[in-house]
Design a binder for this molecule. Sequence first.
Ligand code: BMA
Length: 306
Amino acid sequence: MEVDLFQRHPKNPLITARDIPYQVNTVFNAGVVDLGPEVLLLLRVESTSGRSHITLARSKDGVHDWQIDSQALMHPGDGHPYEEYGIEDCRVTAVEGMDGWLLAYTAYSPFGPAIGLAQTEDFLQIRRIGIAYPPNNKDAALFPRRFNGLYAMLHRPTASGGSIWIGYSPDLRFWGMSEVVLPARGGPWWDGSRVGAGLPPIETPEGWLVIYHGVKEMPGGPIYRVGAALLDLEQPHKLIAKTRRWVLSPQEPYERTGDVPNVIFPCGGFVRGGKLWMYYGAADSSICLATASISDLIDKIRHESD
Ligand code: BMA
């Protein structure tokens, strides 16, 4: 019997290190932009120095014939002091009333991982906005809407017991009004040790759909699986419900084996014809795709919540 709600694409893994047109260690955890006639991936590429940078990939159908740039879009050598150890796990959001896209990413500084924000109109020029949250913090994803004029962002301060928080900002520089949105469940649960936002939240009539990763620490190392939650549409710090069980877990050899085994780590996706296309990093070693119907996900959240 299937254990996962999501269905893997038969072409998985879509992109591996061999597809990158220059020497790298691995590729994983990509931000996603659906332009309609083209899908863009902001790949996290780990070079053979051990540090990560972001490189752009394009495909007409989001599955085949990826055109991958031969130069990084964002690189730790770009001269930003808080990115000296690398740029990781980019999530991309188009926010209403704004031109272009906002990028939220892990700015890996010598002082620890922080939340970096940047803006782009064309995915050619990237303008850094700055550090939104200092170390240690990861897994930031901006909402595509503003709330009473404020930007909103999910993020995961490490010292919070591994829980997802929300913060608001009038200008993307000053962040506050912090609240816990989704705590790690504790105990033996699949998302007991820590959680982090995956895709930027998706607006549905029933609430904000949040796809998140949950970690269970095992004697052999952590297992990263995927769950789903709904947040209140107007007050997004209010959790409506979350799945009791995961919706995608490492099963395939490319998810079980790699630089970090047993990892499914989604950072982006889009909705087409009622289906969520979710791109995820597998075992910190490749980019994969899985799909699920939005209504199945919402049903599962509603009926399996605790
Ligand atoms: C997390 C992040 C992810 C990574 C995962 C598994 O802390 O750093 O980028 O995929 O660990 O190694």
